[in-house]
Design a protein around this ligand. Structure first.
Ligand SMILES: *[C@@H]1O[C@H](CO)[C@@H](O)[C@H](O)[C@H]1NC(C)=O
Ligand SMILES: *[C@@H]1O[C@H](CO)[C@@H](O)[C@H](O)[C@H]1NC(C)=O
Length: 260
């Protein structure tokens, strides 16, 4: 009997703490925050065949309740809990590690974003995964990645080859992107002008001014997106973010700050 009462007391205490914690959490959390506990850095089950790389800052999912850079709304009040995910794809000759080496993952995390880079199927540590030969397959793959990461509406950064994945997603599921950052993506000509003109997703179109091939080619289609901002990197080539990382990061942060 005494033991039973003791258990009840423990239960009551645990319940109160749970309720208290719930009430103390900042309001207006994003769905990404809610999911963070369910997405360990490399869960082999939920991330089957998805190689994920995140910031290497202390804490790894660093700033869900503590934004290092405070953000303010129009009235000057501090805005909390508006963190969203930035999902980084990569080009043919690169992997998720490119974003780590360039410092992009850490810079994004330092600014309060949940930055996640993946190795696309057939690349880097996703070498063993089946290559995706169809547009539908690649779209479903990205939707699956987003689901595994617990993010419904990330900002998608997509250089070069990864356009094969990102463009079908953008054009068929625009509601699933908070923002789009194409960097001279391949595959823009697979879609009609009219399709681009219907997409309201805020987009930052990044390209190197020396990239006269894919850079200028993709620009023809991407500047049809109604809500786009151009970010030419002067004197940079195709992998313009590698040539001018500081300008790239500055343009990216400016774009992201307008999305919350
Ligand atoms: C995932 O990888 C395993 C091998 O480890 C492979 O058999 C399977 O087909 C892959 N699944 C996908 C969807 O790529
Ligand atoms: C265009 O995108 C910006 C963010 O870059 C956003 O603030 C603005 O509301 C968007 N405009 C329209 C018409 O959707």
């Amino acid at each position: 009997m005494g033991l039973g009462r003791h258990k009840l007391v423990v239960l009551a205490v645990v319940l109160s703490i749970t309720v208290l914690l719930y009430l103390l959490l900042p309001s207006g959390q994003s769905e990404d925050e809610v999911h963070k506990a369910e997405v360990p850095r490399s869960d082999p089950q939920s991330n089957a065949n998805i190689s994920v790389r995140t910031a290497t800052l202390a804490g790894d999912w660093p700033t869900f309740y503590r934004e290092t850079v405070p953000r303010y709304d129009g009235g000057g009040r501090e805005v909390r809990g508006r963190v969203f995910a930035v999902l980084l794809l990569h080009g043919q000759a690169f992997t998720s590690k490119t974003w780590e080496d360039l410092g992009t993952l850490n810079i994004l995390a330092e600014h309060g974003y949940r930055a996640v880079a993946i190795d696309l199927p057939g690349y880097g540590e996703s070498m063993h995964a089946l290559p995706m030969s169809s547009e539908k397959g690649r779209t479903e793959y990205l939707l699956h990645v987003m689901e595994s990461l617990g993010t419904r509406q990330p900002v998608l950064i997509s250089p070069s080859m990864s356009g094969l994945f990102s463009l079908p997603l953008l054009l068929q599921h625009p509601d699933r992107l908070k923002g789009f950052v194409p960097i001279a993506p391949v595959g823009t000509k697979s879609f009609k002008a009219q399709q681009y003109q219907q997409i309201q997703v805020p987009s930052l179109v990044v390209y190197g001014t020396r990239d006269t091939n894919l850079g200028s080619q993709s620009l023809e289609s991407l500047q049809l997106l109604p809500n786009h901002t151009l970010s030419p990197l002067e004197g940079a080539g195709h992998a313009c973010y590698l040539d001018h990382p500081e300008e790239f990061h500055a343009a990216l942060l400016m774009f992201l700050s307008k999305l919350s």
